[in-house]
Structures are given as C-alpha cells and as structure tokens.
Design a protein around this ligand. Structure first.
Ligand SMILES: Cc1cc2nc3c(=O)[nH]c(=O)nc-3n(C[C@H](O)[C@H](O)[C@H](O)COP(=O)(O)OP(=O)(O)OC[C@H]3O[C@@H](n4cnc5c(N)ncnc54)[C@H](O)[C@@H]3O)c2cc1C
Length: 87
C-alpha cells in the first residue's frame, strides 16, 4: 500500500493493520439469558448465567480480558460447574 484513501483524506503508508473488532454472536440468546448492553453474556464467577443449567465460557461473556488463556480457563471452570449441577 502506498496511499490509503480515507474519509479524513489520503494517508501515505507502507502497511495497514485492519481491526476486525469484537461482536459477540449472542443474538439468538436474547430474551433467554441475561446479556449486557453490548450483547455479552452475564455470568457469575462460576460461569453460571441467569438461567439454571446454562453456563457460558470465553469471549462471549462479560469479562475484563479476552485472550486464549482466559477462554481456556473459563472452559475448565464452566465444565466443573456444569458437572456439579448435574450430580
Ligand atoms: C484478530 C485477533 C487476534 C487475537 N490475538 C490473540 C493473541 O495473540 N493471543 C491471545 O491469547 N488471544 C488473541 N485473540 C483472542 C482469542 O482469539 C480469543 O480470546 C479466543 O479465541 C476466545 O475463544 P472462544 O472459544 O471464547 O471464542 P472463539 O475462538 O471466537 O470461538 C467461538 C466459536 O463459536 C462459533 N460459533 C459462534 N456462534 C455459533 C453458533 N450459534 N453455533 C455454533 N457455533 C458458533 C464460532 O464460529 C467460533 O468458532 C485474538 C483475537 C482476534 C480477533
């Protein structure tokens, strides 16, 4: 890229990083479990949602840090919580 044409004018550049953004795919859960204003699933620390027997893990839930390691950690916690729930 030598010239990037933007709404704010032309920018001379060698490269561009495209920010894809973050949008949780939780539309189908509307009116089923509690979501925040951005569509992220609200959970407690054991990853229970507002509905009994429904758990959430990973980037789709309200949390501070969305990374591979926190998603994996969520998966472990949600699995243990779910196991306890069905005992
Ligand atoms: C550009 C970018 C760079 C990143 N770089 C890093 C990095 O360097 N290090 C790091 O630790 N993290 C990084 N992350 C964050 C990391 O990718 C996420 O935190 C992690 O992948 C979250 O895992 P997840 O399983 O919660 O969600 P995802 O990995 O998003 O998996 C969700 C899956 O569910 C599927 N899905 C969605 N809706 C449905 C449905 N209705 N039915 C069935 N399947 C469905 C999706 O197709 C997807 O496969 C990056 C993210 C992005 C976008």
């Amino acid at each position: 890229v030598e010239k990037l044409v933007t709404s704010q004018g032309d920018i001379k550049t060698d490269a561009v990083f495209v920010a894809v953004g973050l949008a949780p795919q939780t539309e189908f859960l509307k009116n089923t479990i509690e979501l925040d204003e951005n569509g992220y699933i609200i959970t407690d620390e054991n990853l229970c949602t507002s509905k009994d027997g429904v758990f959430a893990a990973g980037d789709c839930r309200v949390k501070e840090l969305r990374q591979m390691i926190t998603a994996a950690s969520d998966g472990a916690i949600a699995a243990v919580t779910a196991k306890k729930a069905i005992k």
